[in-house]
Ligand binder design. Sequence first.
Ligand code: SF4
Length: 485
Amino acid sequence: MSPTIITPTLLRYLTTCERRVWLDAYGDAGEQLPTTPIGALYGNAHEAHIQKVATPQAETMPVQTWDEGVALTHDLMASGTSVIIGAYIEQRYTLENGAEVSLRGRVDRLTLNAETGYYEPVEIKQYIDLGKGDEIQLDFYLTILEHSQQAKLRGYFWLGDDAQGKPRYVLQQVLNPARLQLALRRAYIVLRQEDAPAVNLVTHCKECPWHTACTQVARANLDLSLLPRLTSQTRKQLQRGGINTLQELAALSVEELQRFKGIKKTAASHLANARAYVEDRPVWVSQMPDLLHGGGWMFDLETAALPGGDGMPWSLGWSDEQGTSQIAIVAPGQPHQRVHLPPIGELITVKDKDEAWEVFYESVGANDKPIYHWSGFDAGVMKATAPDFVKQALLWRMHDLHNTFVNTVRLPLRSYSIKKVAAYFGFHYSGYEEWWAAETDYRRWLVSGEVEHITRACGYQRDDVLALAIIWKWLIENHHLQANE
Ligand code: SF4
């Protein structure tokens, strides 16, 4: 039987979720949904930049398989290559219990120390605050490299970057064998378990490919971790007090719930959320503001947030209550024009973000109805980037529909993102649901001019606006049910 393979990625996941480690090894791959952790996108772009500055002449050597990568790394080390980027290293390792595992990983950089003649590992991080997973990762590489070179080594973290694109800080690390052994033993125990460890939904779960599958398990069990904004500490307090499910929690009174440490003002809110899950229906918590009856504009924007972006808006989208949409797209160097883009609506190309705000101002200036948006983000971007006259004319009309929604009604949902709430009401996005995909299409359109790219990006923008209209309409049509609570 081939030994269990353990990678640094596996050990990193272990620091946050044992279930992830188990599911990655034995879960039904069909239940995984692809995700793009945005942090990883930034991390990869950062690493590529740092590598390029540090080693501008690096030669690319393609490999087809893991074994090929290991053999090539071995050859490059034997020939004294000064730097090996993305080196493949591995080692058979015997745990304290006698079990043999295979350690496998790819180091960001292996650098030849000219004084000692040994190769040392370098890990490149965009952030400067190291976590436990980072230290274990470097321990992992040090273990393999010390074993293969029969020498004591130092590893290095290159953290952040300076104006020249060089690492801002360089930190040394020596191997902590006990720390690594502990992590390896824990990984081995998790991988030997018959059943998956229990679900524990936390913030980072939304970047996990098992999120949907885990949420389904949690819903079937009415798991406490489904409650939005319930900290793990408070959850443990509840469990110590014998409250293990949402059903048990929903049966408590506000006063009984407030006896638990960490729950005071939030008791009524937790109860409403728990009831929404247990009864599988919207639970009304207060009166809908009358202002919503007057209708208004639905508004959403996108900013350049991918690596290399300047954080400024590149798209403003808005619609009336019927969903008739307009989208202003920043297209420097292109003529100002209005085109109809079926079935999305009117597309207006503008030269910069100021012109985008002006176009928006002219359109919604047709009346003084509220301008609905989801969360404080859009109003914050308006404050930070719109011309003064636009802010003076429109900021007072901005209405955070997300805030109103969660203060009015609770749904059996852990996240109240606009996508999740609109999906609860049966709204489906016509294409992708990821902002980074829209920004990627937008960037491609700027370069290529290919209309399918801007159509997809605008389709996403339009769907965000339509989602707002769906939610607003649902509130208007259903708020009378509040009387039944
Ligand atoms: S969704 Fe969360 S609980 Fe489930 S495997 Fe991923 S990180 Fe773990």
